[in-house]
Every structure is written in C-alpha cells, then in structure tokens.
Design a protein around this ligand. Structure first.
Ligand SMILES: *Cc1c(COP(=O)(O)O)cnc(C)c1O
Length: 362
C-alpha cells in the first residue's frame, strides 16, 4: 500500500496516438522510436509494448536493449552511443542489435572481431553539433575500412540536430546547414539515412529521409506551448492538497522567505516536492492545476511539498482535492519546465522511485 498521494499516471493509449501522428507527419519514413532513459522516464517496457507498431527502437545502452530482447521484442534495436566496451560486441551480435559507430576506437573494435552474422552499423556523422560522430571528411575512409573487412556489414548513416527545436532565424540556418552537410556526404552511397529527431519531424520535412527518430514527441511533449497541437501528454503527475490556511498580508511562505504576501492569502500545501522529481527551481507563479483551475506556486519548492495561492478558491477547495503538476490539457510539462529554466525531457526523466506509476487508458 502506498499512502502518499503523489502519483504519475501513464496514459498508454496516448503513446500509440502520438506514434500515429508521427507516421502521418513522416509518411515515407520508418520510425525508430527513441525509448532511452527508461522510456523518457515512463517505463521502457510499457512504452515499448504500446509502440510495438514502430519499425524499431533506439536506446542508450546494451542493458536497455537486452531487457527489451528478454521481454520478447524482436524489433530492430539501435544502440545510440554504440559500444562503451569491446566486450559488448558478442552480445550485440548474438542479440542482432543495430550499432552506432561514432569514433575511430569503435571502428577498431569492430574490425578486430571476426563474426559470421551481418551487423547493422550506423555510421554517425558530425554535421556540426560537435558531440558524437566522425568528421564528414572521414566518412569515406570509415566506409572503406568496413567494406574491406572480412566481416559482413549493413551500413547506414545518421546524424543529429543541435537546434532544430529553436525557431530563430540563425538556428534555422544552422539546421539547414546540417541537412545540407548530411545529404552531401550520404549521397555518394545507397545506404539508409536518418537525421530527424522530434523537432526535425515537426519543422523540417526535408530531413525525414529513410528513418525518423522521435523521442519527446512520442511522450506528447517538446511541442510549442501555444498554439494547441494534437499530441497527447503521456504522463500526468498528480497529488493532493494536504493543508489550507489564511496568512496575513506581509507574511512569508516557505524556505528562505522567498515569497511575501501582498494581501491576505489562502495558502494551499500540496504533497509533491523535489524528492518526487518536481523541479526545485520552479519560480513563483509556476502554474499548478487545482480543481480544474490554474493557480500559482508561491515560495520555494521543498523536498516533499509545494505551496500555492488558493485565494480564488476559498469557498470550494478542501483538503484532499486533486492537484495536477503537469500533463493536463491546462498545463503541459514543457510549460512547467520553462518556469524552472529547464526542458520537459528533464522533468519526465526525473520522477523519483517513491512515486508510483499507474497505467491508464484513454
Ligand atoms: C535522444 C535522441 C533522439 C530523440 O530526440 P528527441 O528530441 O527526444 O526527439 C534522436 N536521436 C538521437 C541520436 C538521440 O540521442
């Protein structure tokens, strides 16, 4: 039995809905559903189950891939960062996993290991983000070394956008450059290509190519806060009001006396805090939905609690009333993230172990 009211509801049908929308947006591309980091914090196995219509999955480690294989998923599964150690390679081959190679040392590990089954290799090209990937000028020689090897490889190309989600003119120009660079260096070969993450899918149809790699969109986040869009949030974080009180004008609320009442204020305490994964940096005014209305956070977020101004609900709010922290039609995780100077990704992946996950449908 869990008595604490903080809970994360996972709407399973929203996952399938969001995948359908992505397929409509990129009708000529296969979909590699990105479910790294425990399915962006939603639970990797339940997410994979709902997304079994995807053409493949992408994860960040062999551990995640093996878990999926263990659960019986036969999809293509791509290790986005490739091998961390040479010792992983036999397991990759045995489990028929797809592998990114982004650096020379990984190429050497591949070439040093003789195997009879063909390996799906995704050569990652650094088109300007300067995180992972071979310099575009090195691609020719990477392809050549793999082709000259006695091993059998199926080759693919991929790259990653640095700022496709930022719509300022200079970011758009940068993204266009990345697309150009990628296409220029791939076109010499007939291999499959993958470039677009969620933002690429939404804003750059010319980047869809053979495979799109949506992550955050699958979870119904990472979309502009306005105007309304058709993606549905998958996680709804909820808790309850556990205390109510009037405080006089001039008094403070919470640690460090960050918030001071300008007038008499009806303060509500909600059982959610940074110990649950609610962001400690949420500013005064961060919206919380109580009884179907947005009310402002007041005072610092504590480990187990937050405080909100319920002066407009004096006659209706009671202890035990439901509070929604994000994932409601009135309040997206992206908006809360913005109020805490972060991104929805971080909030979704940051829900802590003490919060129970409850699966719901529709
Ligand atoms: C995480 C990741 C994605 C998905 O990004 P979103 O912004 O969540 O769509 C795609 N490609 C790579 C290489 C990634 O690491």
């Amino acid at each position: 039995m869990i008595y604490r009211p903080a809970k994360a509801y996972i709407n399973l049908s929203s996952l399938a809905h969001n995948l359908r929308l992505i397929k409509q947006l990129a009708p000529n591309s296969k979909v590699l559903a990105v479910i790294k980091a425990n399915g962006y914090g939603h639970g990797i196995c339940r997410v994979a189950q709902q997304l079994s219509n995807a053409d493949g999955f992408a994860v960040a480690s062999l551990d995640e891939a093996l878990l999926l294989r263990q659960k019986g998923f036969l999809h293509r599964i791509l290790l986005l960062e490739g091998l961390f150690t040479a010792a992983e390679l036999p397991q990759v081959l045995h489990n028929r996993l797809d592998l990114v190679i982004h650096s020379q040392y990984q190429l050497e590990w591949l070439l040093a290991h003789r195997h009879s089954v063909a390996l799906n290799v995704w050569i990652k090209i650094d088109t300007g983000m300067h995180r992972l990937g071979f310099h575009p000028d090195a691609v020719q020689s990477v392809v050549q070394s793999l082709m000259e090897s006695d091993n059998s490889y199926q080759l693919n190309f991929m790259s990653h956008f640095a700022s496709a989600d930022e719509l300022q003119v200079h970011s758009q120009a940068f993204t266009q450059q990345q697309i150009e660079c990628f296409k220029t260096h791939c076109q010499a070969w007939d291999y499959k290509c993958s470039l677009a993450n969620s933002a690429g899918i939404l804003h750059y149809p010319e980047s869809h190519l053979d495979w799109v790699r949506p992550g955050i969109l699958l979870y119904g986040a990472g979309v502009p806060i306005k105007p309304r869009h058709p993606f549905k949030p998958v996680m709804r974080l909820e808790s309850q009001v556990i205390a109510l009180k009037w405080i006089p004008a001039g008094d403070f609320v919470g640690y460090g006396n960050r918030w001071q009442a300008k007038k008499d204020t009806y303060v509500g305490v909600i059982a959610i805090g940074y110990g649950d994964g609610y962001p400690r940096h949420a500013k005064d005014g961060t919206p919380v939905v109580v009884n179907g209305e947005r009310v402002p956070l007041i005072g610092r977020v504590s480990m187990d609690m937050i405080t909100v101004d319920l002066s407009h609900q004096v006659d209706k709010v009671k202890v035990g009333d439901r509070a929604i922290l994000w994932g409601d039609a009135l309040l997206s995780v992206d908006e809360v993230a913005q109020c805490a100077d972060t991104i929805g990704y971080e909030l979704l992946t940051g829900i802590t172990l003490r919060v129970p996950f409850i699966e719901v449908n529709g």
